[in-house]
Ligand binder design. Structure first.
Ligand SMILES: [Fe+2]
Length: 333
């Protein structure tokens, strides 16, 4: 009889962390104002050819990207299809970006993905990173990437407003083993904004088939399950950073599946009075503010209705299941 380990597909990307989210937005400029002036992220790069704007808090080339909706496909360099026809016509998640330790770890996982029959949709050279894209079982799109340069600011400076993404053959040459991410970065945020994020930290997905999604994120994405409540249909998974990067919630009757919200870690505690004054000044109102023994946070809604939680963990920064408010519709962890 085979062991459980032998029966599992051995793709196991095993990324370090959730490093960015890329979302389609109805109005690119309106969303840019929201994500910078309200959410405190800094615009770092524009790629008008694919209607994309990248925002960062300093940890990497982007914590967040927005792409304007369009009925047309988005074509990068050399005819590389980044968004095929029929996709990106409505606001919502484009993809979640998972950062790998280095390119060799990414390419090794790619070889295993091919060997185990995973349907890899696209491999892309973004200039500052190399990426492999695939869907989870519920058609949420995922990117696993390794940085190709530590100097992403220099790369952006010389590439501003140009198309940067083309085809990448992961097997064409010996992959680099250099870890090029910067774990020791200075957070950069818009000081005048009500919230000051340090980096993106979490995504919560509502899923139709909880067990199938959980198995995929464990065996193919290679995340570590750090909390499971089967009765209530909640799983929390971590990258190798051991942080709760992904929460899966089993859909209740009538609940819409897909991305529910994104979580951003703040550089400082939520100062209630300042936050309320700042939000009032720009006519923004929070969906919810939370202050428990586990965390303080504020939940905002984007112009397209996406929920974003900005949180500061308490208890010395360690997450515990006690932080979850799964009894509420907000599915906050
Ligand atoms: Fe991406």
């Amino acid at each position: 009889m085979q062991s459980d380990i032998q029966e599992r597909p051995l793709t196991m990307f095993a990324p370090r962390r959730l490093a960015h989210a890329n979302v389609f937005v109805t109005d690119l400029e309106e969303s840019l104002t929201f994500y910078s002036a309200v959410c405190g992220m800094t615009e770092v790069f524009r790629e008008p050819g694919i209607k994309a704007i990248f925002l960062s808090n300093g940890s990497s080339h982007h914590d967040f990207a927005i792409m304007g909706t369009d009925n047309e496909p988005r074509i990068g360099k050399d005819g590389h299809v980044q968004i095929p026809s029929g996709r990106g016509t409505h606001p919502g998640l484009n993809h979640l970006g998972w950062e790998m330790q280095n390119e060799k770890v990414l390419v090794d996982a790619y070889r295993r993905a091919l060997a185990s029959g995973v349907d890899v949709k696209r491999t892309t050279d973004h200039g500052m990173s190399h990426s492999i894209y695939l869907f989870d079982p519920e058609q949420n799109f995922l990117e696993f990437y390794a940085d190709a340069t530590a100097d992403w600011k220099g790369f952006y400076a010389k590439s501003q407003n140009q198309l940067i993404s083309g085809h990448w053959d992961p097997l064409a040459q010996e992959p680099s083993t250099a870890p090029l991410f910067n774990a020791d970065f200075q957070p950069e945020f818009v000081k005048e904004a009500p919230v000051h994020p340090r980096q993106i930290a979490r995504a919560t997905l509502i899923v139709q088939d909880f067990e199938r999604a959980r198995t995929f994120y464990r065996d193919v994405a290679g995340l570590e399950q750090i909390h499971l409540d089967s009765d209530r249909g909640i799983a929390v998974l971590a990258g190798s950073n051991r942080e709760p990067n992904l929460a899966l919630f089993a859909a209740r009757d009538g609940e819409v599946c897909g991305l529910h919200h994104l979580g951003f870690e703040l550089v400082d505690d939520v100062e209630r009075e300042r936050l309320e004054n700042d939000l009032q000044r720009i006519n923004a109102s929070p969906v919810e503010t939370i202050d428990t023994s586990d965390k303080s946070s504020v939940v905002l809604r984007s112009p397209d209705g996406l929920l974003l939680e900005f949180f500061q963990q308490k208890n010395g920064g360690r997450w515990s299941p006690g932080a979850m408010r799964s009894d509420r519709d907000l599915h906050l962890i």
